[in-house]
Structures are given as structure tokens and as C-alpha cells.
Design a binder for this molecule. Structure first.
Ligand code: AMP
Length: 556
């Protein structure tokens, strides 16, 4: 295999590559770097993020720059502000030993005057988003007549985002004699026609065949009932204690809902979607990058700008109907030679979409069983024990407390002590997963299995608080959740009446709730509870449907 320092690049660039620990070029670099150094023809490279493509075009672009010439020589266009910043940051790191080279990023959503000033001060390489680049051209601050190299990064994403016109506009301001490079993860006909529009006999490079996704990504699917998706997601997360991944949802509402539920259930999760302000989005992304947030629930659009290398999992909460969307998502894991897992949780109606993805991917997506309670508990237990084994003990800091701790625990044997320490961490998993049912749909049938506990039997609880006490559905749900009888509790229909409310809750927790509720006041008011007998409950509902909700119910 070629070594990075065997590529014909100038010494300062090789030194920077060494600092970055780039020992061998990635496959795309192996093809693109020598080709760009030796050729002036146009190039189309099918490659996803994570394959090392920034360095593939970045090193030659830097190497081809004439520092003595104070003019823009390379323009790199990319779809989002985040990618723009990422590329310019990467280029700066490659140009660490080329102090006189000037790289400027221009992107929307930031004050234009600082970017203008940077351009006016002179730039050899400009990295920009199409909209802002056009603004700069129109305002006469950016001149592209001197450009020798035009690079379109994530061309498919730029077209998806509606930048086609902007790209053609920019093109008009560049000289006819230049080299154009187009990088794209997928090659839909829109990208092919864009390439036809302004590239001359481009040379084509594809990493990993027709770019069907990296080989080091494993693809699995889980087949469950639609109502069980969230439970399946939790089990998948619990089965991978070191999970660091993105959960893709279809809509902003679904994204927020799943993130809220996960947070409520004690996971380090957060939501990223278009309803958040730019500031909020940046905060979420930085918390995710620093791994404070381990599970990011996101929409495709909002996650576009996010560039994270070491994701362990991509989880598709639904099967995307466009196979290219799946390829893009899964390409976010298994980057820089690492392995990654792409999972899809489907219900029966999504099976056709899954098959289409398989076809596009060119390989089978393996069926996987949703992990069972015992497996998860075992995994979590060993993970915990591993952590105990590896933890660094700061004896100096805890020394003064230890004599009292030893004294307090001295009556316990070694075995008892271990059992207790393990239980402290582990009981919540044991309680949650005790006797839990399978979630898998067996075969193609979508009929619920008769022993599927999660097709819930609800008990109806009558609670002595109604709208005269300012109780409402939301408050009642919050109150039930605050009781913490389980990590996640299924709630069915809620009816608020004048002086009382009736709420359906998973009957599995009936006893615990009857015990917990009387001990917990609501807004300072004592709460009493009783279970509505099934016949009475049916009757009550029949009355309701024939007469509409009653203003005042029977005395509790
Ligand atoms: P990219 O596809 O450009 O987003 O790169 C993905 C990641 O791979 C980045 O973190 C790069 O720093 C890293 N990378 C790129 N080229 C190499 C290389 N030759 N050796 C090791 N890591 C690399």
C-alpha cells in the first residue's frame, strides 16, 4: 500500500499530514491526489463524507496554489455553513506549514462584513456556500476570473437544497479554462445533468464500486409493530452501552417527541430539527460533538451540516422512501476506516421501502432480533463490571472518607458487597426488563402475537382531581410520570371531568400506582385513587358516547 509521504506533495504538506497521523492515503485520496497533480481535466468522484475526500482535494489544491499570486485560485462550493467551516478548518490544518496561504470561508447566517473584510484582505482559496458566494460576487468583493480550480463538494446535497440556479450563476463568473471537480455521494440524474452542463469529458472515479455505501458498515433491520418502535429503539440503545449515534426521524414533531421520551427515560439524548434557532442548533451540535449527548435525534435537513467522525450507529426510526437518503445517512458511520452500524426499525408497511434500499445498496440488509430483556441486562452488567475494573481510583481524594465507609460496610461479606454495588446501578434495568415480552414480528404476519404484553391491557384509574382543581391531561401525565413507577409507562385515554379524572394506564403497574399515588400530592392537594371496574368503565364510556361528557360525575 502507498504511504502518504510517497505522494508527490510538497514537504510542508507532507509534514502536516504526518502531524495529522495520515500514514496511508485513503482509497479516494490514492486516486484523486496523483490525478489532480498530473492532470488538468475535469473529474467526477463518487464518494461519501468520511472517505477522506476533503484531504483528497484539499492537499492538491494547496499544492497547486501560487502563493505569490494575490488572487483567488481555488473556489470550493459546499451545501451548508457547517461543512464550509469544516472544510476551511481542515484546509488550515493541512496548510499548517504554509503560513502565507490565505483560506477564507464565506457562508450564510453570519455577518457579511467580516467575511467581506477577509476577502478584501486577499484569499488564495475560498470555501463557500452558493448563496453567500453569489452575494459576494454581486457586491463586487469576490472575483473569480482568476480561478484555476473549481470544486463542488456534496453536489447531490447542493441540488437537493435547491442551489442549482446559484451554481450556474457562479459558473458564469469563472473562466472557461479551469479544472472542475465534482464530489457527490450519489449520482442521481440531476447531478449527472449538472455535470453535463459545465464539465468537459470528465474523468470518473468511484470508491467502493458504484458507491453503494462503505464496506465496513453493517446493515440490519428490526421488524416490529408501529406502536413498538420506541420500545425497540430503547432496547437497541440499551444493548449498546457505548452507543454514539444519530436517530433519523421523518418529521420535526416526531424528532422532538422521540428526543423528549428518551430524555424522560434517562438517556443522554437531544433533538436537532428546523424548528430550533441557529443558536439552539449549534448548541445541540456542540453537545453532541463533545459526546455529552450520545443520541442525537434529527431530521435529514438539520443533520446536513453535522460532521462527526466516530459515530457507532445510524438508526433509521423509519425506512426512508428514497434509497439515496439511506445511503447518505449510513455514510455518516463507518468513516475513516472505522466500522459502523446502520439500523432500520420497520413495521410491515415499510417493507417495500426496505427492499428498495437493499437493491440500491447492492447487498442484503440483515434481519436482527430486537434484543430481549435478559440479553440486555447481561450486556449492561458486564459493561458496568468492566467500568468498575477500569476506573481510576484517586486514593488521595477519597482517603479521608474511607475509614467511615469501611466501618459502615464491615458487616457485609465480599460477595454481599459486590451484589449490592452491582444492584445500585443495575436495578433499573432489571426492573424494566423483568419478564418483558418479545417485540419482533415473526414472519410476514402483522397480526399482534397473543402473548405480546406491549399490545397493552389498560386499567382505568379514577383520580379525585378534575378541571375544578385546574387538572388537565398534560398535568395528569406529568404527575403519573413523576411517580417513577417505571422507566417508561404506557398511558391510554385520559378524561378530565369536573371533580375527577379517569386515566388508562398499563395494567402491569396497577399495584404500584395504587400504592404510589396516595403518597404523592399534586400541587399540595391530596390525591386519592381507585380502579374503575371494567363493567362500570364500559358503561361510563357508553354513556359518554351517547350523551357526551357529563359535567359532573358521581361522587368518588
Ligand atoms: P472526510 O471524508 O474528508 O470528512 O474525512 C473523514 C475523516 O478522515 C477526517 O477526520 C479526516 O481527518 C480523516 N482522514 C482523512 N484522510 C485520512 C488518512 N489518510 N488517514 C487517516 N485519517 C484520514
Amino acid at each position: 500500500m502507498t504511504k502518504f509521504n510517497e505522494l508527490s506533495l510538497p514537504e510542508p504538506l507532507l509534514r502536516a499530514a504526518k502531524d495529522l497521523a495520515f500514514e496511508s492515503p485513503t482509497p479516494i485520496q490514492e486516486q484523486v491526489i496523483p490525478w489532480m497533480i498530473d492532470n488538468e481535466e475535469d473529474l467526477i468522484a463518487l464518494a461519501q463524507t468520511g472517505t477522506g475526500k476533503t484531504a483528497a482535494f484539499g492537499f492538491p489544491a494547496l499544492s497547486l496554489t501560487d502563493i505569490e499570486r494575490h488572487a483567488v485560485q481555488t473556489i470550493i462550493l459546499c451545501p451548508t455553513r457547517e461543512l464550509c467551516l469544516q472544510i476551511s478548518k481542515d484546509l488550515e490544518s493541512y496548510a499548517k506549514y504554509m503560513p502565507r496561504i490565505r483560506i477564507t470561508a464565506v457562508y450564510g447566517g453570519a455577518p457579511i462584513y467580516t467575511q467581506k473584510a477577509a476577502l478584501k484582505a486577499g484569499a488564495h482559496i475560498v470555501v463557500g456556500t452558493p448563496g453567500r458566494v453569489n452575494d459576494m460576487i454581486r457586491q463586487g468583493v469576490l472575483k473569480l476570473e482568476t480561478v484555476k480550480l473549481l470544486i463542488l463538494d456534496e453536489a447531490d446535497e447542493m441540488l437537493n437544497m435547491g442551489f442549482k440556479e446559484e451554481l450556474f450563476e457562479i459558473m458564469k463568473h469563472t473562466p472557461a479554462e479551469k479544472q472542475t471537480l465534482l464530489f457527490s455521494a450519489t449520482m442521481p440524474k440531476e447531478v449527472a445533468s449538472l455535470a453535463n452542463g459545465f464539465m468537459k469529458n470528465p474523468h470518473r472515479i468511484s470508491v467502493g464500486g458504484e458507491n453503494k455505501g462503505a464496506e465496513n458498515i453493517k446493515h440490519y433491520y428490526y421488524k416490529v409493530h408501529a406502536k413498538d418502535k420506541y420500545h425497540a429503539l430503547k432496547r437497541i440503545a440499551d444493548m449498546s452501552p457505548k452507543i454514539y449515534g444519530i436517530i433519523f426521524c421523518r418529521t420535526r414533531t416526531e424528532t422532538q417527541e422521540i428526543a423528549d421520551k428518551l430524555q424522560h427515560d434517562g438517556y443522554n439524548a437531544d433533538a436537532l430539527h428546523g424548528d430550533l434557532s441557529q443558536g439552539q442548533r449549534e448548541l445541540v451540535m456542540s453537545r453532541f460533538r463533545s459526546k455529552y449527548v450520545k443520541l442525537l435525534v434529527a431530521t435529514d435537513v438539520a443533520a446536513r451540516g453535522l460532521d462527526v467522525d466516530d459515530l457507532t450507529h445510524i438508526i433509521n426510526y423509519n425506512a426512508p422512501t428514497d434509497p439515496d437518503v439511506y445511503i447518505h445517512r449510513s455514510g455518516r458511520t463507518g468513516r475513516a476506516g472505522k466500522s459502523g452500524i446502520s439500523l432500520t426499525i420497520v413495521h410491515s408497511k415499510e417493507f417495500a421501502a426496505l427492499k428498495a434500499i437493499e437493491k440500491r445498496l447492492g447487498r442484503e440488509i440483515e434481519h436482527s432480533k430486537v434484543p430481549g430483556g435478559r440479553e440486555i441486562c447481561e450486556k449492561q452488567l458486564y459493561h458496568f463490571v468492566d467500568n468498575v475494573e477500569r476506573i481510576e481510583v484517586d486514593t488521595e481524594q477519597i482517603e479521608s472518607f474511607l475509614p467511615n465507609v469501611y466501618k459502615k460496610l464491615s458487616w457485609l461479606s465480599r460477595e454481599e458487597l459486590i451484589q449490592r454495588f452491582v444492584s445500585v446501578e443495575f436495578n433499573r434495568f432489571l426492573n424494566y426488563y423483568k419478564d418483558i415480552a418479545d417485540l419482533d414480528i415473526v414472519g410476514e404476519s402483522s397480526a399482534p402475537k397473543f402473548n405480546d404484553k406491549r399490545s397493552f391491557s389498560f386499567s382505568s384509574f379514577k383520580i379525585n382531581l378534575g378541571y375544578v382543581h385546574s387538572m388537565n391531561k398534560r398535568e395528569l401525565m406529568r404527575y403519573i410520570n413523576r411517580l417513577k413507577v417505571a422507566r417508561s409507562i404506557e398511558i391510554g385515554q385520559i378524561d378530565i371531568f369536573g371533580e375527577y379524572s379517569v386515566i388508562q394506564i398499563d395494567s402491569e403497574y396497577e399495584k404500584q400506582l395504587l400504592k404510589a399515588i396516595p403518597k404523592n400530592k399534586w400541587n399540595g392537594l391530596p390525591v386519592t385513587v381507585s380502579v374503575v371496574a371494567p363493567q362500570r368503565e364500559r358503561k361510563r364510556r357508553e354513556n359518554e358516547t351517547s350523551r357526551g361528557p357529563r359535567k359532573k360525575g358521581p361522587k368518588a
